[in-house]
Design a protein around this ligand. Structure first.
Ligand SMILES: NC(=O)c1ccc[n+]([C@@H]2O[C@H](COP(=O)([O-])OP(=O)(O)OC[C@H]3O[C@@H](n4cnc5c(N)ncnc54)[C@H](OP(=O)(O)O)[C@@H]3O)[C@@H](O)[C@H]2O)c1
Length: 321
């Protein structure tokens, strides 16, 4: 099977983005760090929104000498008060926002659900609800910065297979009254991100803000490393064996970068962009594409998308504008 490792084209990688301001969540590690590095290399200013600011500062030492700049700010997507605080602090400091990469995410470990401070199941709480609140609070700033871009990092896991398509359970999104599996919760959270990108693109049509979801690839990042010594050992053993199928963090940042920087991406607002993946059970999807049609019909259902967003306003304590 051919492996396509697409990189942003030379013209896109050479674009001077001096003066532009970006937010990248989860910028201290993996895909977020490499997304940030490229933006800084091209002269951009990146607000690195990190759960652990000290880890952000440490990671940012590796940008020394690049033409752009960075600012590490604290953001814990599992605590909505810090999301509100971050948005207020950002708006107090910056008067423009050219692009936002809602990149942070995680999969929990174990057979019991873990909940965020505000009572959301952790996967959907971080990947979706935290980013939802952050985005809605910064939407006017993003609109003022038009033409601007917004990207949310999903996963191939949202696609499932022909006989098992994940969907968001609008009646019990937080797994309070149904059996829990960490992989199901992660897959559903990532369906929510694809749906949100579509809804946001529809809502923002004509505003100059383009919205995208991406699967980054199988990144050799720190993803899954919080699972205790046994999990870390299993990952260390598996890594060399899966190297030919997986991607460097730099490769995995390319879809996000394409959406943030390429001239063509805004022609596809609302679309899902994905590198190749052996995990697409629909074989025709394995080579991915920019953009690529999600094989999961549930992730394209606009009725679900609108209901999800309506429900989310209430759940994060926002009133719909
Ligand atoms: N790795 C893959 O193969 C793969 C495949 C498909 C999709 N993805 C998605 O790609 C994105 C980036 O993941 P990665 O592979 O780069 O993994 P990673 O190296 O583990 O990076 C994840 C980032 O998310 C941050 N994060 C986790 N919980 C957070 C919270 N409550 N608030 C704020 N930030 C939080 C982490 O911060 P800390 O360092 O403080 O924990 C870290 O910076 C995620 O959305 C993931 O779901 C990854």
């Amino acid at each position: 099977m051919p492996r396509i490792k697409r990189h942003i084209d030379e013209k896109t990688a050479a674009k001077d983005i001096n003066g532009k301001v970006y937010i990248v969540t989860g910028a201290n590690s993996g895909v977020g760090l490499e997304t940030t590095r490229q933006l800084v290399k091209q002269g951009g200013h990146v607000v690195m929104a990190c759960r652990r600011p000290e880890a952000g500062e440490e990671a940012a030492q590796s940008f020394a000498g690049e033409p752009g700049s960075y600012d590490v700010m604290q953001l814990d997507l599992s605590d909505l008060q810090t999301v509100r605080d971050f948005a207020a602090a950002f708006q107090g400091k910056y008067d423009r926002l050219d692009g936002m990469a809602c990149n942070a995410g995680l999969m929990t470990h174990g057979s019991e659900p873990v909940y965020t401070k505000d009572g959301f199941e952790m996967s959907v709480g971080v990947s979706y609800f935290g980013h939802f609140l952050l985005t809605e609070l910064l939407l006017d700033t993003l609109k003022q910065g038009e033409p601007s871009r917004w990207v949310i990092v999903s996963s191939v896991m949202h696609a499932g297979g022909p006989r098992n398509r994940p969907n968001v359970d609008l009646d019990d999104i937080n797994f309070k009254n149904r059996s829990f599996s960490n992989t199901d919760a992660y897959a559903e959270a990532k369906v929510a991100t694809v749906l949100y990108a579509k809804e946001l693109a529809e809502r923002l049509e004509g505003t100059g803000v383009s919205c995208f979801s991406v699967h980054p690839g199988w990144a050799r990042s720190n993803f899954g490393s919080g699972g205790g010594p046994l999990m870390r050992f299993a990952m260390a053993v598996a890594r060399p064996l899966t190297r030919s199928m997986s991607d460097s963090n730099e490769e995995s940042a390319q879809s996000t970068l394409h959406c943030l920087l390429s001239d063509d991406a805004p022609n596809h607002s609302g679309a899902y962009f994905s590198q190749s993946s052996v995990l697409y059970r629909d074989r025709e999807c394995r080579d991915g594409g920019w953009p690529m049609e999600s094989p999961n019909p549930n992730a394209k259902n606009m009725d679900t998308a609108r209901k999800l967003v309506d429900m989310s306003y209430e759940m994060v304590g926002l009133s719909k504008a």
